[in-house]
Design a protein around this ligand. Structure first.
Ligand code: ATP
Ligand code: LTN
Length: 332
């Protein structure tokens, strides 16, 4: 039986947050454990440069994110793990797909609008083209499913539209991918502003937990997190965004449902929830630091993992690209 192709990527920028881990990376690891899947994971460094980066920092962050993914349990023997910019087929397919994507579609993308507002001094073409490069990433590998957080679902919709459009013109070429969300925690919110996403580029460090934070830092940030008026612990993201976020984090960390957590906290106070949440997150992230340090002490080993991933990824990507070029009528 043909295995399902699972594809996803993360940008090597800033730090890996609790949101990245719960919403995406821990899900990748669980999907990898299921033998029925062929998993491919990338560092989306070409996406990262849509916002200006310091070259030395970007290089260090790329190495660091390889170590973070390994520490999170991504196993290069079971999954392909590679760096997007190592496989030139991504940029090339992106160009081809650009010719099947409308400017109007890109103008409507909420992430583009948000990032344009945030980086108004640098609204570059790459920022606008970001979703097309992401479509190229996904479509090159004939991916069936793309595990991401909720914030990326609009980009997956566009990848589906582009795939369908191309298939309609040239015949069956691309697999039309599906987004795949984790059951709990597809959108973890900032601890300081629970109406906005916990984001690696958040300027307020107290709103964000890094997977490498110390136990003390994690406990402090959760204890100081913004909660809501009232006393009752209920799941109501609209009216009680702070408490609902803590319930979501706790449920994800303990592998339970939000309903189970709500039941367990009946009649208890916000303080109890914060203590339990802090303990559960510390427990979940405990092994991270040690494993990360071990991988980071062997940079050559990390680069060897990326080199092996590059070869395996490119073997697949090159075939798809040649097929696309042929269909379009380019000489191959
Ligand atoms: P930024 O906010 O700076 O653009 P980011 O924190 O969203 O960055 P990405 O590299 O863009 O990080 O995202 C990697 C993966 O993590 C994506 O699948 C994204 O949907 C997921 N993700 C990011 N933040 C969260 C969050 N707060 N909750 C759940 N999933 C998240
Ligand atoms: N844009 C994504 C990262 C990303 C991605 C992808 C995710 C780049 N290419 C392909 C899934 C599939 C983000 O998380 N910001």
């Amino acid at each position: 039986m043909k295995k399902r192709v699972i594809y996803s990527a993360i940008q090597p920028s800033g730090m890996m947050t609790l949101g990245n881990y719960i919403g995406a990376v821990s899900n990748w690891r669980d999907i990898q454990a299921d033998g029925a899947n062929d998993c491919i994971f990338a560092l989306a460094d070409l996406h990262t440069i849509t916002v200006r980066q310091d070259p030395e920092k970007l290089r260090r962050n790329s190495v660091s994110f390889l170590a973070l993914l390994l520490a999170a349990g991504i196993d290069p023997k079971r999954s392909v793990l590679y760096v997007q910019s190592h496989v030139h087929e991504h940029a090339e397919l992106c160009w081809l797909l650009n010719c099947y994507t409308y400017v109007g579609e890109m103008n409507r993308m909420t992430q583009f609008k948000d990032k344009s507002a945030k980086h108004s001094d640098n609204i570059n073409m790459g920022l606008m083209d970001y979703p097309v490069l992401m479509a190229a990433d996904i479509l090159l590998y004939k991916s069936d499913q793309v595990p991401v957080g909720v914030d990326q679902m609009q980009h997956i919709e566009i990848a589906r539209d582009i795939a369908e459009r191309f298939n309609n013109i040239y015949g069956e070429t691309f697999v039309v991918p599906e987004g795949r969300l984790t059951k709990t925690g597809a959108k973890i919110m900032s601890l300081q502003d629970p109406t906005s996403k916990m984001s690696k580029s958040d300027p307020n460090p107290n709103g964000v937990i890094s997977v490498l934070d110390s136990a003390d830092d994690i406990a402090r940030k959760i204890k100081r997190s913004v909660t809501d008026s009232g006393l009752e612990i209920v799941f109501d993201p609209e009216n009680k965004p702070g408490v609902s976020n803590l319930l979501t984090i706790l449920a994800s960390a303990e592998g339970k449902t939000v309903e189970e957590e709500v039941k367990a906290f009946e009649g208890k106070m916000y303080g109890h929830l914060k203590v339990a949440c802090a303990e559960a997150v510390v427990e979940m992230l405990r092994p991270f630091r040690e494993k990360y340090d071990a991988y980071m002490s062997d940079e050559a080993g990390l680069l060897a993992v990326a080199a092996d991933g590059r070869e395996r990824a490119q073997a697949i990507a090159a075939k798809t690209l040649a097929d696309v070029k042929r269909k379009i009528g380019l000489l191959v």
